[in-house]
Design a binder for this molecule. Sequence first.
Ligand SMILES: [Zn+2]
Ligand SMILES: [Zn+2]
Length: 386
Amino acid sequence: MLRKVLLAILVGFAVLFVQAQPMRIGLFPTQKFTKIKFANAIGSYFIIADTTFIGVMDHFSFCEISKSVNGTLDIVFHGLKTSGVKELKIIASEREKSVEISGIAPSMKARSFEGDFLVRSNNGSLLIVNQIDLETYLEGVVESEAGTGQKLEYYKVQSIISRTFAMKSKQKHAKDGFDLCNQVHCQAYLHKRNGSPIIDSAIKATRGQIMLHEDSTLAPTFFSANCGGQTCEPSQVWNASINGLTSFRDTFCIYTKQATWTKQIALSQWKSYLVEKYHYPIDDSTSAALILNWSSNTRPAFLFHPGYGIPMRDLREHFNLKSAYFSVSSDGNMVTLSGRGFGHGVGLCQEGAMKMARLSYSYDQILGFYFPLYRLSFINSNYLLE
Ligand SMILES: [Zn+2]
Ligand SMILES: [Zn+2]
């Protein structure tokens, strides 16, 4: 009894550590896990099944969770099985502790995360929600999204756009029981921060900073890997324009790693897709010539001419292209699509921004270039740890 009381007090302390409103991140929801394992903890974690405390997990113990047939959880901890659990809480005893999560069914290699965890059964699989403070989450995001080897000013840019995106998109998964997922669908957060000093410095230097539109709403800080030399008008991607985002030339990214691409497609496949899907007038000689040789000086919304009604966006999806910005040439039975950029091209161009940072532009100059109608501001301090 005394032990339980002491542990309850400890749990109370653990909750006190995280005073800031945490982010609720759904971990790998598309994996549809039916069995997972928490192990190799750095520090201690309290394991609580619904309202019952069942033990402390340390570096030498592990906890396996599987989905049972009736939609509850089976927990195995220290060789003891607990069944009929609706929600499992795994609460860190202190800040900056981490635990590895691995998938047993389906299999997924172990990845470490900080913060607290909730596990529930949801639509036939296990839902893992990582409760973590915003700034710690962002360190994982910046590392996952920007990789290593970038300049400090670039990491500051990525910190601000990812922080703004997280705040703006908090309702994105409301129906799923969390705020954001940890995959590219929202923004990549594939593991805990590795403690890279330059990323730490960038997060600290921009602590709480976000971007607002002129009307004080959170800026839509979309970003993609490379815009191909011209950013994309949002309506070309999502059929709706976005206040403050327009298309403009970007010369910073045109000689970078993902500036160009080519893809070859059999001429017969190219023709039949255009004819069958869009009733392309292949019998007209001018139109027939276009499908073999066509280019545009600016980022086009439609292939050949808007009148044919063939959105570049749809071709990108159908042929699995790196971007929707390309020209067409042909040789014999093959058509070559020569493309520019990688990703949707709306908003900030990561490779262009990385190049600007290497050319010694400051983070606010880089953000000013890609988001000229937005200004820097600060989030509500409820989201920041003391
Ligand atoms: Zn998502
Ligand atoms: Zn660019």
